[in-house]
Design a protein around this ligand. Sequence first.
Ligand code: PHB
Length: 389
Amino acid sequence: MKSILFRTTLIAAAAALLSTAAFAQTGAKLKVGLMLPYTGTYASLGNAIENGFKLYLTEQGGKIGGREIEFVKVDDESDPSKATDNVNKLVKRDNVDVLIGTVHSGVAMAMAKVAKESGTILIVPNAGADAVTGAMCAPNIFRSSFSNWQPGYAMGEVMAKKGIKKVATITWKYAAGDETVRGFKEAFEKGGGTVVKELNLPFPNVEFQALLTDIAAAKPDAVFTFFAGGGAVKFVKDYAAAGLKKSIPLYGSGFLTDGTLDAQGADADGLFTALHYADGLDTPKDKSFRLAYAKAYKLQPDVYAVQGYDAAQILGIGLKAVNGDVSKKAEFAKAVEAAKIDSPRGAFSLSKAHNPVQDIYLRQVTGKENKLVGVASKALTDPARGCKM
Ligand code: PHB
């Protein structure tokens, strides 16, 4: 019995060795699990991330870090209740080498848990869940986007400096909304402001009327919000239709108006938001990225496209350092940690917890653009609370 077990273990070990060595000789493809929303309020965000990722792949001649890529795609529907099953399918059934995903913070936390347990490399191309590069941080988990705390904190500083005193907040009740508002409140209250009302509704509901009535009654100096995707389109339109836009200025983390301006039209005009990307950065890298993206997809890129592109860049940096062998996790991490990522948003590096250290821009909607106004917060570093790494 013992010897059978021993032999089986030996065979399994030899097979594993062969499979890691095999790609070098046979050019076996790297299996990338793309777990993104392709339906629901965040569907367009998932598509932009995939487009950005694939643009980098095309620029590299169809290979990342010397390896051809085979995609296994899952529509996560931005549904946390299905997230663990979805990510387990990718890791255990499809045996993906790398996980890329996702948009929704709740789904991303389930991905991070499985990645941490299985050791699979995970690159998060949007979801801001603070825990992913906080309490759940791990050597094999990276983020090409932001933490929820970052744009919230930057906007809190901006609004306090403007001399705004009383603010009402409104958002979806889940990690992204809660943490963005928490970051906002931290900076805004430090700067002398007060949050007088915190309003919420469940994700992805868009029945805003009763809450807009509450805002009108509270008469704050301004409103700060996190909404994104389809929900952001409806919120901006409803806010204007309720007649609030003229009387109570609306501010947001930049997702409120990113990838949404065609649908929001004039109702978004003039809004100030904070984000790690903007229109009009006017750098050579951004210009060439925008040109290439527009040519490939007949669309203007948004922040999500940039994050997808940079997720592919991060993968490329890590893979190059290990000659395409993802089992060399420590070397992969070391290379990514030392890198300056040449992003369209501006070059950035990753913090010790693997979250971008980046400028957060102040933008104002002008026509169909989130026009750069200035830098709201220079090289803003997420505090990575709870990360032990
Ligand atoms: C998130 O759930 O973390 C999230 C979703 C959409 C965004 C930004 C953050 O645009």
